[in-house]
Ligand binder design. Structure first.
Ligand SMILES: C[S@@+](CC[C@H](N)C(=O)[O-])C[C@H]1O[C@@H](n2cnc3c(N)ncnc32)[C@H](O)[C@@H]1O
Length: 229
């Protein structure tokens, strides 16, 4: 395990690059189990902004009562998304993640009324359908993490009229995944399941860590509204 004083950019880069050896979602989740303790401080070094960008998108489009709203935070990790949303008045969170160590840290925040373990894509989302006002997934829709098909379950778990916020990276090693995600989102719109409210393309998403890129990589935030059925 990394010590808590090793969070220089070069060290964080080495940690992330070591995760690229993970080929399956389970390998990736095992990696998060080992990274959990240093995750928050390391992603701060990367200038990782997916949680605040997702929260910003939700804030601009959610017109209901924030305090009363029930939020499902999928792939919640240590709880950075709930932390951002709490600052802006949201008060009820349920979190799901495949990493026990990340869930343990999320539990420590005391922000969640319930936290559940689930390997997304392998097991069904362990929640009731149609009950969440807001469903959010930040930093986990990418190659080797959460399979694209899981977005159907995100939509099912949302209340009609509620919103689903999703983020993905737009850098080279995630382009195929991003294209597949875009096709699935569009297909679901054609099926009348939801409608696209907003797509925000962000240039300075987070600091690049791969050999092929430098500076910042870009990313996208999608906001969809679940339709009445
Ligand atoms: C980059 S972190 C994002 C955590 C949090 N949403 C944030 O923005 O800080 C990705 C999270 O997704 C989880 N994850 C990745 N693939 C998963 C899968 N197939 N099933 C469940 N959790 C998964 C990891 O355990 C990790 O906590």
């Amino acid at each position: 395990m990394m010590s808590s004083v090793t969070n220089t950019f070069e060290n964080v880069k080495a940690v992330i690059l070591s995760a690229h050896k993970s080929t399956t979602s389970r390998d990736k989740v095992d990696f998060y189990n080992t990274w959990a303790e240093n995750y928050d401080q390391d992603v701060a070094v990367l200038d990782y902004r997916a949680p605040s960008l997702a929260a910003k998108s939700i804030l601009s489009h959610f017109s209901g009562d924030r305090e009363a709203a029930l939020v499902l935070d999928v792939a919640c990790g240590t709880g950075l998304v709930a932390k951002q949303m709490k600052k802006h008045g949201f008060g009820h969170f349920v979190g799901i993640d495949g990493s026990e160590a990340m869930l343990e840290l999320a539990r420590g925040t005391e922000l969640y009324q319930d936290l559940k373990h689930c390997m997304l894509g392998e097991e069904p989302l362990p929640v009731q359908w149609g009950v969440f006002d807001v469903v959010v997934i930040a930093g986990a829709l990418s190659d080797g993490q959460v399979p694209v098909g899981v977005v159907r379950e995100l939509c099912k778990s949302t209340k009609p009229g509620g919103c689903v916020c999703m983020t993905t990276r737009s850098n080279h090693d995630n382009l195929e995944y991003k294209a597949a995600l875009g096709r699935e989102l569009k297909q679901m719109e054609e099926e009348g399941l939801w409608s696209c409210v907003d797509v925000t393309e962000v240039e300075d998403w987070e600091r690049a860590v791969s050999e092929q890129e430098d500076g910042y990589i870009s990313g996208s935030v999608y906001l969809y509204k679940k339709l009445q059925q």
